[in-house]
Every structure is written in structure tokens, then in C-alpha cells.
Design a protein around this ligand. Structure first.
Ligand SMILES: [Zn+2]
Length: 371
């Protein structure tokens, strides 16, 4: 492992401690809603972590046939009449069963911007303009300690499902916000949660067929690709080989010094937007494309990570999502051929792009239930 420039977090004195998880960030975590704030205001929000954890928990339990409302949409859950996700995470009139303490150094990464490939319409003073936009690579990187303090009894099944949720996030997905644009890939270093080696043997079903439009793990796919470059990554950054903006994008200024810092100090390459821009075009139908990829990353059903370091010439990237439109096959077939055009501003510097791991949500679900 190469050196890290940030200090280890430690539990504050008098801080309550419960069963804990230690994580390492492989790509920056983002939990804020606003993109451009002064550095002083940036901090990791507990609500952002809990919200994301709940989202994955919902996906998992829907896959198991249990009910989970979407608290961001219209939910009918209130008080004692609630779904299986609200049972653990709470809703109006029903408190969350645990408190989450997060120890984290709010260590903000140096900023890097990637321009959009097309002009977008923006409105200003009642006038419409077509301009290139800039997308920011941002977030925090540091070891993280999550401590769960039970406030009421958490059942054995709930612990098993929480463990499974973290396994999915750690092995295949990501946590926090902007996970469709590179953020939030973590690695679990230590897990002290109860029942981590247990499986579910008695599942009570509260099936609610009216809620099938919400994402369910049985529709998910998870890929990991290895991108191997023809040269050392620092040499390519030094040559300014990666694409950052269109020629006509006025006032865009590169910051190759920060690219270098992200690689040397944080071990990742900020290429999620390049990958996203590549796979967007695998869907020709405009309406389908918007339904799958959302608008500027909002509401996307496909998620993409930045490239985190495997060795000095190779990065790993995660691509996952849920759909019925066949995008998963297109990604598998076309990424290798198409990524080269989007990654670089000039020469093709990619040696290979290999799918090294492929997992279906259905398979993960089988592993959660006792046979
Ligand atoms: Zn609910």
C-alpha cells in the first residue's frame, strides 16, 4: 500500500461506542447536496450515510420479497403501520432503532473539473443559452469508523440484512451521494457487527405488489473492469493525455497538478465522467437513454465509479445498475471498444479493458438465505 497523507480518525472521549465497522475510501465520499460551497462548509453528513445505507437496505429486502417504501416519494408508513425498511430505519411516529456515530476526517480532496461533451441549455434572466457545463470531482477521503448504537432491540434478521447491505456496498456498489458519478467506493477493513456470519432462515413476507417500480436487488447487475494503460499513469498525467473538455469550452482551465495529487496521494484516477459519457451512448433511443441515465446524473439507474488503483498502470472501475432495457449487455460488449475515444484527448493509451468480475443481484440474494 502506498502512503496516505491523512491521519487515522479516532473515537472522541466519552463517545458512545457500539458494534463497529472500519472502512477505507477508495474513491471520495460525498454526502452534501450542494456542489459548490466554500471548503469550510464541506463536511461529511451522517444523514447522507444513513440515507444511502437505507437505500441499499431497501433494495436488498425488496429482492427478498419484503416490503420497503421509498421515503423520498409518497410513503404510507406512519407509526406502527410501516414497512420492513421503516421498522429498522424509522418513519414518522416510529423512531430509528439505532444511532450511528461516524468518525471521519473531513479531508477534502483537491478539486478537478471535467467539462460536458455537449452544450446544455441554461436559463438566465429569462434568456436561454447553450453552454458547456463543468462537472466537479469532489468529496472526502479518509478511513471511516461507523459505530452502531442500538436504541431498541435490533433483531437477528435485521443484523444479518445490515451485514449483507454492507457486503454489497463494499464488494460491488458505493455509499453516499453521487455514486452514479464516481463517488463512494469503500473497502471494509473490519466488521464487528453481530451475526455477520449468519444467514436468514425464517423470513416473514409482507409482500406488497404495488411497489414493484422501486429498485429491487433481483434486477441488479454488478461489473468490475480493469483498465490497463500503455504507460505508467503518472506519465500519462504528465503528458496531459486524458480528455478534460471540448475545444470551444471557454474559460475552462485544466489542473493537472491536482490530477497528479489525486493519483499520488489518494490512489484514484478521476475518470467516472469519461466512462459515463461512453456508456450513455450505448442506448440509441433518446427516451430510453434519459430513463436509464437520468439528467446530468440525477435519477440514474446506472452507476459508475472513478478508477481506483490496482498498480501503477492499472485501475479498477465498478459499473452497476438495474434495468430491463438491456443496457447491461451493451456495456459488457462495447466498453472496451468505445472507452478509448472518450478517455483521451489524442492518442489511444489504453492497453486493455477487461471485465474481471460480474455478479447478478439474484446470485447475491441466494447467498443471504440459508439453504
Ligand atoms: Zn416504510
Amino acid at each position: 500500500m502506498s502512503k496516505r497523507i491523512y491521519p487515522e480518525p479516532s473515537m472522541k472521549e466519552n463517545e458512545e461506542m457500539g458494534p463497529l465497522l472500519k472502512l477505507e475510501t477508495l474513491t471520495p465520499i460525498w454526502t452534501g447536496g450542494v456542489r459548490e460551497k466554500s471548503k469550510e462548509q464541506l463536511r461529511l453528513r451522517e444523514t447522507g450515510i444513513i440515507g444511502s445505507l437505507r437505500w441499499w437496505y431497501e433494495v436488498l429486502i425488496r429482492g427478498l420479497g419484503r416490503s420497503a417504501c421509498d421515503p423520498t416519494a409518497n410513503t404510507r408508513c406512519e407509526g406502527k403501520n410501516h414497512c420492513d425498511a421503516c421498522e429498522l430505519f424509522g418513519c414518522t411516529g416510529w423512531a430509528r432503532k439505532f444511532k450511528l456515530n461516524i468518525e471521519f476526517n473531513d479531508h477534502t480532496i483537491p478539486g478537478v473539473w471535467i467539462g460536458t461533451r455537449k452544450k446544455h441549455e441554461v436559463k438566465k434572466d429569462k434568456l436561454k443559452y447553450l453552454i458547456y457545463l463543468r462537472r466537479n470531482v469532489l468529496g472526502f477521503m479518509s478511513p471511516v469508523i461507523l459505530s452502531f448504537i442500538p436504541l431498541r432491540e435490533i433483531s437477528k434478521n435485521e443484523w444479518i440484512l445490515l451485514n449483507a447491505t454492507f457486503e454489497i456496498i463494499g464488494d460491488y456498489g458505493a455509499i453516499g451521494a453521487h455514486t452514479s458519478q464516481g463517488n463512494g467506493v469503500i473497502k471494509i477493513i473490519e466488521n464487528n457487527l453481530p451475526h455477520k456470519d449468519d444467514k436468514i432462515d425464517n423470513l416473514e413476507f409482507k409482500k406488497d405488489s404495488a411497489r414493484v417500480e422501486f429498485p429491487s436487488l433481483d434486477n441488479f447487475f454488478f461489473y468490475k473492469f480493469h483498465l490497463k494503460f500503455k504507460e505508467d499513469i503518472p506519465a500519462l498525467i504528465d503528458k496531459e493525455a486524458f480528455w478534460t473538455h471540448q475545444q470551444g469550452h471557454k474559460k475552462f482551465s485544466d489542473n493537472w497538478g491536482n490530477w497528479e495529487k489525486l493519483w499520488n496521494d489518494y490512489n484514484f484516477l478521476p475518470i467516472a465522467f469519461h466512462i459515463r459519457d461512453t456508456i450513455r451512448h450505448f442506448e440509441d433511443d433518446r427516451n430510453k437513454r434519459h430513463s436509464i441515465f437520468g439528467k446530468l446524473g440525477e435519477g440514474s439507474k446506472v452507476f459508475v465509479s472513478h478508477g481506483y488503483k490496482i498498480d501503477k498502470e492499472t485501475v479498477e472501475t465498478r459499473i452497476w445498475g438495474y434495468d430491463e432495457e438491456g443496457i447491461k449487455e451493451k456495456i459488457k460488449e462495447n466498453l472496451n471498444g468505445s472507452l478509448r475515444e472518450k478517455l483521451f484527448s489524442d492518442n489511444d493509451n489504453l492497453e486493455s479493458c477487461n471485465l474481471i468480475d460480474e455478479k447478478l443481484g439474484k446470485k447475491i440474494l441466494e447467498g443471504v438465505i440459508k439453504k
